[in-house]
Design a protein around this ligand. Structure first.
Ligand code: PAF
Length: 297
């Protein structure tokens, strides 16, 4: 097995795909040429690297659904609204490539900044979903979705996938991309897959590695608070009361709650009755964590 990134990279540059070796491609032209020789449908999993079991669940589903699987690794600067979040974002390309090779991914697209942003780090505002991107994460992370929409649109234009896979932990992102695909990429199916959790219930996230063991225990209170709120709502406790109890439980344990809201699962507008999505963003040891659970009544 190749373990030297240069070997992965050089194979990609040369367009060579030795048996069992994932192709790593850095530019759109080479990507197009490589994909022209591979069977459709093409399944695509965009990532920012630092892969974990959540990414692998998307890749395995893509592998099951499609003869060709492309994974992108690109740490997109324009979606980070806090510079220290970008600076501390974990990255281990060598480990990621080994995992992707083990998953039998056909092509890894790991573009340079110049390839993704030929005119510098400018966001593309030609398409905007309105309120869907302005509530929840959009309200607390100004500029975040402009960056996500810009890069995902560029990646879709480069890869031209038939199916694209997103995790439901980033529920709002998934809904926005689904709408964008409906408007701009006819025929592209956007598939959202359930959040993968660790044994303590914490949703897998590349940022979890920054938590101390004690912080980790505190972070695990987030899924607990959300599932307790879900059970309370299912047992007919009014939504605002269940949400308030969840917030109090977290704050009493020293978890800083940025938002904890019950929203309509489609519009993401606040609701006080009926089906809802409970969504939260919290800080533990300076690490921002998000999570959500669906409540069906
Ligand atoms: O969810 C992510 O990892 C990123 O937002 C994405 C979709 C790869 C765009 O950079």
């Amino acid at each position: 097995m190749l373990t030297d990134y240069r070997s992965f990279y050089l194979c990609g540059l040369a367009g060579i795909n030795p048996i069992g070796v994932v192709q790593v491609i850095r530019d759109i032209l080479t990507l197009r040429r490589a994909l022209a020789g591979l069977p459709r449908p093409v399944g695509f999993v965009p990532t920012m690297g630092a892969l974990h079991a959540g990414h692998l669940s998307l890749i395995r589903r893509a592998r099951k659904d499609n003869p060709t699987v492309v994974v992108s690794i690109y740490l997109n600067p324009t979606q980070f609204n806090q510079p220290e979040d970008l600076e501390t974002y974990p990255s281990d390309l060598q480990r990621d490539l080994t995992l992707l090779q083990d998953e039998k991914v056909d092509v890894v697209f790991a573009p340079s900044h110049e390839e993704m942003y030929p005119a510098g780090f400018q966001v593309d505002r030609r398409w905007w979903p309105g309120r869907l991107a302005e509530v929840l994460e959009g309200r607390f992370r100004p500029g975040h979705f402009e960056g996500v929409i810009t890069i995902v649109r560029r990646l879709f234009e480069a890869v031209r996938p038939d199916r694209a896979y997103f995790g439901q932990k980033d529920y709002q992102q998934w809904r926005i991309i689904e709408r964008m695909a409906g408007d701009l990429f006819p025929g592209l199916q956007v598939i959202g897959l359930p959040t993968v959790r660790d044994d303590d219930g914490l949703a897998l996230s590349s940022r979890n590695v920054r938590l101390s063991p004690q912080g980790r225990r505190r972070a695990a209170l987030l899924p607990k608070a959300l599932s307790q709120a879900r059970e309370a709502i299912e047992a007919d406790v009014p939504i605002p009361q269940a949400v308030q109890q969840a917030r109090q439980m977290l704050e009493a344990a020293g978890v800083q709650v940025e938002y904890l809201e019950a929203v309509d699962p489609l519009t993401l507008e606040p609701v006080v009755e009926g089906n809802c999505l409970l969504c939260a963003a919290v800080y533990v040891e300076g690490v921002r964590l998000i999570d959500n659970v669906l409540v069906e009544k």
